[in-house]
Structures are given as C-alpha cells and as structure tokens.
Design a protein around this ligand. Structure first.
Ligand SMILES: Nc1ncnc2c1ncn2[C@@H]1O[C@H](COP(=O)(O)OP(=O)(O)OP(=O)(O)O)[C@@H](O)[C@H]1O
Length: 203
C-alpha cells in the first residue's frame, strides 16, 4: 500500500502565510520515514492532511488511490498527536477511551506498559505520559495500515521513549504498518527511519 500526498497546498482560513505549497510525498507499507523541519514549518499541518483531519486547498491525500477524507468508520491512517490531553474525551474512563477504537490486542496494551488499574480512571487522573500510551494503543487497532506520529514521545523520559519506539518499530515490521515520524531529534530519526524528509526542501 502507498500513502500519498500529491501537490498539497494549504493556508489556514484565519489567514497568514501559505503553509504548504505543492508538497508531494509518499510512504510505502512497512516503511518508517522521518519528517523534520524547524518549528512552525507545517509538519503537524501536513500530518493533519495525510490523516484526513484537514482538507488541502489543492492537491490530494490518498491511500492506494482512495482519498483519505472519503474513509468512513475506522480510518486505516491513524494520527497520534503531540498533546494527548487535547484528543481524549475527558468524560470517558480510560477503558471506554480504548473501547472506542474497537478491539485492541492485549499485547499492545502490555507492551505499552498500560497498567490494569489505569483503566478505571478518568483522563485527568493520569499523567501526560500515561495518557499518551493510551493514544498510541488506540491508534493500533486491527485496521491500521499507516501511523502519523507527531512528536509523540516528547513528554516521556528517555527509557520509556526507547521502550515505546522499540515496540512501535517491531509492530510496524510485524504488521507491515508504514509510519511517518515527526521529531526534532535527529538522533531518534537516525535510529528509527530508513529515510528522512526535510520540509525545508519544499520551500
Ligand atoms: N488552526 C490554525 N489557524 C491558523 N494558523 C495555524 C493553525 N494551526 C497552526 N497554524 C500555524 O501554521 C504554521 C504551521 O504550524 P504546524 O503546527 O503545522 O507547524 P509544526 O512544523 O508542526 O511546528 P512545531 O514543530 O512547533 O510543532 C504555524 O505558523 C502555526 O502558527
């Protein structure tokens, strides 16, 4: 499978500058690709378009030729956001947050270090790092084919970061999941990715 952005252009409606200008990229199944650029360059914006959360002004984001925004139900392209507290319903207990994503395999929960006791808590009763593990878990439903990981481990200590990336790398290999990894850490991208896209090359 190929996740493709073709000739993507985008400017936020509130005005300001052109964020993306005829940007094209593609990621194959099983590939782990780094995405880097200075702050404010449009990395999150590009992920939002590839994940179907935002519509480009022109150009297309597609999976195997099918527009990402035309998917209904579980989307095979899952985004994991930088700030987990902003994307989890505060009124749901963590067990319900996970249930929303359908069946999540038990090994995913175990390998992410999610403790059984956390399941009965509300999001406000967990740390940012603990919440992020749930966000990663719920992005790994059975139907996931691509992951867009937008600076997902910045709130975690180095040992936990290493555990999570080792797990995601193994999961990507075993399930042939393609990943776009956004990070300011060149070291992390070097370790994890087979290639890197620098958005500065698009400008
Ligand atoms: N909803 C919005 N409305 C208007 N402008 C926005 C909106 N979201 C982001 N921007 C602007 O778009 C630009 C690109 O933002 P984006 O979050 O994509 O950058 P980024 O490369 O991911 O940055 P960072 O590395 O700091 O996370 C920034 O200048 C930002 O201020």
């Amino acid at each position: 499978m190929v996740l493709k952005g073709e000739e993507l252009s985008f400017r936020y409606q509130s005005g300001g500058r052109q964020i993306l200008n005829h940007v094209s990229l593609s990621i194959e199944s099983g590939e782990i690709v780094g995405l880097c650029a200075p702050s404010g360059f449009g990395k999150t914006t590009l992920c939002k378009i590839l994940g179907g959360y935002a519509e480009p002004d022109s150009g297309t984001a597609s999976l195997e030729g099918k527009s990402i925004r035309s998917y209904r139900g579980y989307c095979p392209v899952q985004m994991i956001w930088q700030h987990p507290e902003l994307v989890i319903n505060p009124r749901l207990k963590m067990s319900q947050v996970l249930a929303e994503a359908g069946d999540i395999d038990e090994h995913v929960i175990t390998n992410l270090g999610i403790e059984t006791e956390w399941m009965s808590r509300y999001p406000i009763e967990l740390s940012g790092g603990e919440l992020q593990r749930f966000c990663i878990a719920r992005a790994l439903g059975e139907g996931t084919r691509f992951i867009l990981a937008d600076e997902i481990t910045t709130m975690l200590d180095l040992i936990t970061q290493a555990q999570i990336w080792n797990f995601l790398k193994t999961e990507s290999m075993e399930r042939n999941i393609g990943m776009l990894v956004v990070s300011h850490s060149g070291e992390l991208l070097d370790k994890l990715c087979s290639r890197r896209i620098d958005m500065q090359a698009f400008s």
